[in-house]
Ligand binder design. Sequence first.
Ligand code: NAP
Length: 371
Amino acid sequence: MTDIPATHLRLLTTASEDRITLTLASEPVPQPGEGEVLVRMEAAPINPSDLGLLLGPADPATLRREGEATVADIPPQLSRAVGARLGQALPAGNEGAGTVVAAGAGAEALVGRTVAIAGGQMYAQYRVAKARECLPLPEGTPAEAGASSFVNPMTALAMLGTMRREEYEALVHTAAASNLGQMLVKLCAAEGVPLVNIVRSAEQAALLRGIGATHVVNSGDPDFRKQLTAAITETGAFLAFDAIGGGKLANQILQAMEAAAQARSPGFSVYGSTQMKQVYLYGALDTSPTEITRGAGMAWGVGGWLLTPYLQRAGAEEVGRMRTKVAENLTTIFASHYTSRITLAEALEPETVRAYARRATREKYLLLPNG
Ligand SMILES: NC(=O)c1ccc[n+]([C@@H]2O[C@H](COP(=O)([O-])OP(=O)(O)OC[C@H]3O[C@@H](n4cnc5c(N)ncnc54)[C@H](OP(=O)(O)O)[C@@H]3O)[C@@H](O)[C@H]2O)c1
């Protein structure tokens, strides 16, 4: 069994009104209590949702070293976005995986197992977790393969769960070449759910077709709206999950859905079609305002969507089934790809922060807290 050191490193992010400061703090290794385990963290992805906490509204162009810390300026007009976290040194990292190196009473069976965990504070060398919240990886699965087994896989499954609960039959997805988007393509193919993928380049379209996507539309094409309407007409995808959030895309989707609804069920009404059309904004890749011009009749909705409330509503049984499905398909449907692996110290280098803050296709960073 690995020797457990007295102290370990943890990445912290602190906001003041005009800057975000990233530091590595040396802290005592926490002790597991009853029903808890101590996990030596071996791999944790840097997802867009982690960047929301790590950098907040700070401008990556201003990243620089100041002594041991890395700082970035917050534009004055965005300083109210950090009002609730001012002065607090917050640990980051939503999910990760590692080896259980110690356990409190009742959790001994997990010692030596590689487990995936979620719930924050993963950018650290050690993390205490409740044993019942650990996802033991199949024997022989490396921590890296399980590092992203919560946020994106559970979101993809919850999107399908939302679709079924709200009685839709097909989906539209944006920024669809994302890590999550690629999982959704494979999941929908496996479950026979029609999926309309919206990307913004020909390379992204080719990537998705390469993994089996059948409906891919490029928002950069001159006839994008026409292609989108045709794909929605064919699939009946009147529910969209939009990771971009800002700008005109949500509106374009609603309008294409309305045109598709009218094509599928012709007949004039001054109120537009009776087909309900729903766009959920579940990401904020574009932080500009969402522009809605109301050209989609009267039966439409735009709302926010987050995984956590979905899981709370779904209840333990459905969440258990979702977790089992993730574990069974970790290296296929829910496999993640990383282009760079970095240590905790490297995660603070301004050039590296700027690179992972780009949130670019196929450029996901994996943090290896223990090197
Ligand atoms: N609400 C929730 O509960 C929840 C849960 C999980 C994930 N999410 C969201 O899911 C999204 C995908 O996460 P991920 O980890 O899969 O991301 P990722 O692998 O880092 O990929 C991000 C993708 O977004 C594209 N992109 C970035 N900025 C864009 C913009 N302004 N307009 C259009 N496309 C843009 C990138 O394309 P380029 O290469 O062209 O830049 C890339 O394909 C994120 O927005 C994340 O916050 C939300």
